[in-house]
Ligand binder design. Structure first.
Ligand SMILES: C[S@@+](CC[C@H](N)C(=O)[O-])C[C@H]1O[C@@H](n2cnc3c(N)ncnc32)[C@H](O)[C@@H]1O
Length: 264
């Protein structure tokens, strides 16, 4: 039993990773995402009917920021492969490589988007030759990287001149709480302007930086909450898990950034 002198030890990076991978593969979550293999908050508009549709809209927004007809695209933190499959379908003549640090989701991604290159790689150790890609895409994951700044430097190196880094990313406020476990302190940024500075410091020019929190996180949270409440009411979800999801939804999200940065 927890006593006053017992300490709550911080979870290690690999434990956080395992918990993440478990969440992603939970049938409940797979069902919420409608079998789309996405695992992100998506981009919602009036009439967006499902999470899978919102996740597709987010990809449409990012695709529009890619350079024209990229021949070589890297999908960093591909998760279950929904993003990779989308890129492969929309860019049929491109060679797509996808990486993730988690073996479980990566195996699902291989199945979801066969014919593309997959590797278990940490986003902060992108051991690709310089100028290997025309575009690097990363959907809703850079806040996890230890550190985001190191990833941005490595992405810059791996891109060709004129190539683009296109991503969506979450910026948390001081009340980050539970999400702190999966977000290194080094990734805290005080403002969207400081966030842009991170990319400029690595050598990038900012092509676009928008805060879409009102169309993403702020619509996703009530959607996820009502899904979980319905599952709980139907007796399909244990109270503890429902509580855990609810806790995650209280994260202090300051900005949801959509960014396109160009290597000069
Ligand atoms: C919110 S999910 C997004 C997955 C996918 N991009 C999507 O939109 O469906 C975040 C992903 O980041 C991955 N991830 C976290 N830290 C990572 C790292 N250091 N290197 C590579 N992938 C990482 C996780 O394994 C997870 O698949």
């Amino acid at each position: 039993m927890a006593g006053p002198q017992q300490q709550v030890l911080p979870l290690g990076q690999s434990q956080v990773s395992d918990i993440y991978a478990n969440w992603m593969s939970m049938p409940l979550m797979r069902e919420y995402y409608g079998g789309s293999n996405f695992f992100n908050v998506g981009l919602w508009a009036e009439g967006t009917a499902s999470q899978a549709e919102a996740s597709l809209r987010l990809m449409d927004r990012l695709l529009a920021l890619l350079p024209e007809n990229p021949a070589r695209v890297l999908d960093v933190a591909c998760g279950l492969g929904g993003t990779t499959r989308y890129l492969a379908e929309r860019l049929p003549s491109a060679s797509i490589t996808a990486v993730d640090v988690n073996a479980g989701p990566l195996a699902a991604a291989r199945e979801a988007a066969p014919g593309n290159g997959f590797a278990r790689v940490n986003a902060t150790a992108l051991a690709f030759q310089p100028d290997s890609f025309d575009a690097i895409v990363s959907v809703e994951a850079a806040f996890h990287f230890n550190t985001r700044a190191e990833f941005v430097r490595q992405a810059f190196r791996a891109l060709r001149p004129g190539g683009r880094l296109v991503l969506s990313d979450m910026l948390f406020g001081p009340q980050i709480k539970l999400w702190r476990l999966g977000v290194p302190v080094a990734n805290d940024v005080a403002s969207l302007e400081d966030y842009a500075g991170l990319y400029r410091q690595a050598g990038f020019e900012i092509v676009e930086l928008a805060d879409v929190a009102a169309e993403s996180w702020q619509v996703f949270v009530p959607a996820m909450r009502s899904y979980v409440a319905a599952k709980r009411a139907a007796g399909e979800l244990a109270a503890m898990l429902a509580g855990a999801v609810d806790n995650l939804m209280t994260a202090d999200l300051a900005h949801y950034a959509v960014l396109a940065a160009r290597k000069p």
